[in-house]
Design a protein around this ligand. Sequence first.
Ligand code: FAD
Length: 423
Amino acid sequence: MTVRRIESSLRLPFDDCGTAKVPGRRLIAMPGEFDAVLDTVRSFVEKEVQPLEAPFLAGGFESVRPRLDELRVGVKQMGLWVPHLPADAGGPGLSLVEFARVSEELGRTPLGHYAFNAQAPDVGNMELLLKHGDEVQRETWLRPLVDGTIRSCFSMTEPGRAGSNPAWLATTAVKDGVDYVINGDKWFTTAAQGAAFTIVMAVTNPESQDRYRKASMIVVPTGTSGFELVRNTSVMGERGDGWASHAEVAFNGCRVPITNRIGPEGAGFALAQERLGPGRVHHCMRWIGICERAIEIMSRHAIDRELAPGKPLASRQVVQHWIADSRAEVNASRLMVMDAAEKIEREGAHAARTEISTIKFFVADTLGRVLDRALQTLGGLGMTDYTPIAFWYRHERAARIYDGADEVHRDLVARAELAKYAR
Ligand SMILES: Cc1cc2nc3c(=O)[nH]c(=O)nc-3n(C[C@H](O)[C@H](O)[C@H](O)COP(=O)(O)OP(=O)(O)OC[C@H]3O[C@@H](n4cnc5c(N)ncnc54)[C@H](O)[C@@H]3O)c2cc1C
């Protein structure tokens, strides 16, 4: 990978332990130096975060949160806290391409992104508030998010309307004096349990002739009267808790000041698209991290597991081919994601929308195949929670649905391709 050198005078010093310690400064982008950053992240993830997998899988997110909070202190000292944010917002100032590589390393364990305060949905909300929040909104909600003292969530999808058509929402926000009064039901609000606020997509301009200009994004503190966390939904048998929860939430005459709206009225759809563009790169690189870990787990198991004395599983051609196919597909996926990330940086998310849609369904497919091969290689062990493979196999099936189902993205790519040849 070639990484652009941006501010050559800002070098990343390392302490004796090899950890970076310059919070808020631009990390150097020379390939060698950036590789050292990646090594630091990988080593931290492997030594400190991976040991939390077993207690997390057995006892849920809240059971490991105290230890994660301790690790977060260490990450801050490393200078890699909120690695997606620019230097003036408290991050290390990585480019999208660089953050994507960091995201891959964090993705090797289910809790990696959380340890670095780079977890969805907070990442998207931080980026949204940073770019489009006013000063008061940034101070009230962005600052504590960046500090890691609060969490947030994002409420767009509704049980009664197809989430694949985000311009068609039933939730309304009606002006009453200096307030909006919000009514409607949402579900799949990830991480709602314990979140300090949600950003809700609600129709504020039903009269607009442009269906993409009807909705706005509004911050709703979860303590607001009329906001209700109805229940956590079990997803693929997972009863997630805390950050790992997915909730049904209701807005019943929920009143918040108009000043809680992010950006102009009717800009909700445009902001959602902007939020999801780089977000899909983040997801794809997290999935590639999962694939790399899956290849490692399946390869180690194939070497260690003997089918008969002196006959390791790895001697079987079918297993070798699963490993080889996985390697080829993961390498291809990474190159595609890097290409999309570079285009976003160069030309913006809108110009890169075809590339973004292409990686979204392609990498989600790769992820599913690689996890399936890893699980098959492990046999019965693959069905247990003694490795993270079964968790990912359940949890990451959603990759083909959230942030746009496969079919929606394939439609967009096909339309772009066909348009090239239309008479
Ligand atoms: C684990 C998880 C976490 C999520 N987190 C959040 C969150 O934090 N906040 C939030 O707001 N939402 C979240 N979602 C919701 C997610 O974004 C929606 O599920 C997604 O947009 C699809 O919408 P839907 O479920 O209503 O499916 P529908 O829109 O009803 O679609 C159903 C199926 O129809 C097919 N389909 C749809 N459109 C087309 C088309 N044009 N052509 C052909 N086939 C099509 C697809 O196969 C699709 O799977 C989450 C979902 C999951 C599973």
